[in-house]
Design a protein around this ligand. Structure first.
Ligand SMILES: C[S@@+](CC[C@H](N)C(=O)[O-])C[C@H]1O[C@@H](n2cnc3c(N)ncnc32)[C@H](O)[C@@H]1O
Length: 428
């Protein structure tokens, strides 16, 4: 598993996304324990990479950049095992050396051994959490939320999240699902906020036949709250304009009295969306279409509900997708904000009288969130903002902020990924 982790980390450094690659690689690992170890090694190493490199780099002649990717990965994993996972130093070094030998032969293993011993004597170093997020982003969070909040956010996104699921049977059937899952050795407990949600404490819910049968979806609790904010209220069509892989579209379909249309622009992702909806909604009225949200095949004013879960920088999802922090640059925020403005105006045109528009991003940057909502409200006086607490009740406690009021699931407060979502309604 350790040798596999080095290969996976090398491929992620070359541009692969951790969630897709791990899902693919894990098909060849039947034991749940091995899959969980692979996950921990890969994702914690990516989460702590900035701080690990700060310790390693001065101890590698010529710098980390000159090393082959699996050797660099072995150094990071070895140090993470000692400093993050608390493994005894000798075990952390030996396993990293064995991993490097398996993928890179004797010279790679010798270097890993020498460098790790230098780093770990006299004991594992304390890692600098602030170095795990790029400086420009940390500075932004400090400006937006304050220094203490930024530090708390960083601490939260460096701890692995618990898997989370929402039961199709809703709040009434959730406990029965929990009992059924317990029989499959999948331990859960009721969610903190979402009434149909279960936090997964142990086991592998994605391997359950109940997952294949669409009895639940695996989503982040923040995403589930966004979908709840968008729950359709009438029989007019509900449109999810940026829908793949389809977690929120499934939740909309479970609550809708009318048809649900889910759009996705990228062909591969549109196929994944169709597969999700086939699993979760069966014969129910939910259609997946490959289409551009900016030119949706729907008439203006025809929808009772529109959800735009817009493409964004993803700074709210750095816990589940840790490699994203190493790929983002400050220019991405403005570029995303420009795209979001165009999509949001197109989304607003589809909303009929008395209908609702939910705009959401998994970004913690105001330019992509509340500022986009303010700009739309200024341009379209037919829309009025609705306080998210009106819909979510106590589930939104501590999560509503700003003017206009938006749902902000800050990771350190909500314990979820970071989403911003606003509900706007078109006057009747
Ligand atoms: C934030 S993700 C959506 C996540 C999804 N709502 C869910 O809960 O599973 C944004 C998606 O929008 C898609 N996308 C980007 N630009 C688009 C466009 N112009 N039209 C439709 N989909 C688009 C991306 O490919 C991506 O799959």
């Amino acid at each position: 598993v350790r040798a596999l982790a080095l290969d996976v980390l090398g491929r992620i450094e070359a541009g692969a996304w951790s969630d897709r690659l791990l899902a693919e690689v894990e098909r060849g690992l039947p034991a749940v324990r091995d899959r969980q170890l692979l996950h921990r090694l890969v994702l914690d190493t990516l989460r702590w990479q900035g701080a690990l490199d700060a310790v390693l780099a001065p101890r590698v002649r010529g710098g980390l950049g000159r090393l082959d990717p699996p050797v660099r990965a072995a150094l990071r994993v070895g140090l993470a095992q000692a400093s993050v996972h608390g493994l005894p130093v000798a075990v952390a070094v030996d396993t990293a050396v064995a991993g490097a030998r398996a993928v890179q032969g004797r010279p790679g293993a010798g270097l890993v051994n020498a460098v790790l011993r230098r780093c770990l004597a006299p004991g594992p170093p304390e890692l600098d959490a602030a170095a795990t997020v790029p400086g420009w982003l940390l500075e932004r969070w400090r400006r937006t939320y304050g220094a203490d909040a930024a530090a708390a956010m960083v601490a939260t996104i460096n701890r692995p999240p618990r898997p989370f699921l929402v039961a199709r049977a809703g709040s009434t059937g959730r406990d029965a699902l929990a009992t059924d899952l317990a029989r499959e050795e999948i331990a859960t407990r009721p969610a903190r906020r979402h009434p149909a949600g279960l936090e997964v404490l142990g086991g592998a819910p994605q391997t359950s036949p109940r997952f294949a049968a669409g009895e639940f979806v695996l989503v982040d609790e923040g995403a589930a709250l966004v979908a709840w904010l968008a729950a359709p209220r009438d029989e007019r069509p509900a449109a999810d304009l940026a829908a793949a892989p389809g977690g929120k579209a499934s939740l909309l379909a479970w609550q809708a009295a009318g048809p649900v249309v889910a759009l996705e622009r990228q062909s591969g992702r549109a196929r994944a969306l169709a597969a999700t909806l086939a699993r979760t909604t069966g014969a129910a009225d939910a259609a997946a279409l490959r289409a551009d949200a900016g030119r949706a095949p729907l008439a203006d004013g025809s929808c009772g509900t529109v959800l735009l879960d817009a493409p964004c920088s993803g700074t709210g999802t750095l816990r589940r997708r840790p490699e994203r922090r190493h790929r983002l640059g400050p220019g991405d925020i403005d570029r995303c904000a420009r795209d979001q403005s165009g999509l949001l105006s197109a989304a607003a045109r589809l909303v009929g009288r008395g209908g609702g528009l939910v705009y959401a991003v998994c970004s913690l940057e105001p330019e992509e969130g509340v500022e986009r909502v303010r700009a739309l409200l200024a341009a379209d006086p037919g829309l009025r903002p609705v306080d998210p607490a009106e819909r979510l009740g106590p589930a939104a406690d501590g999560l509503v902020t700003g003017d206009p009021p938006v749902l902000l699931t800050r990771p350190d407060i909500a314990g979820t990924e970071g989403f911003v979502a606003a509900r706007l309604e078109r006057r009747a």
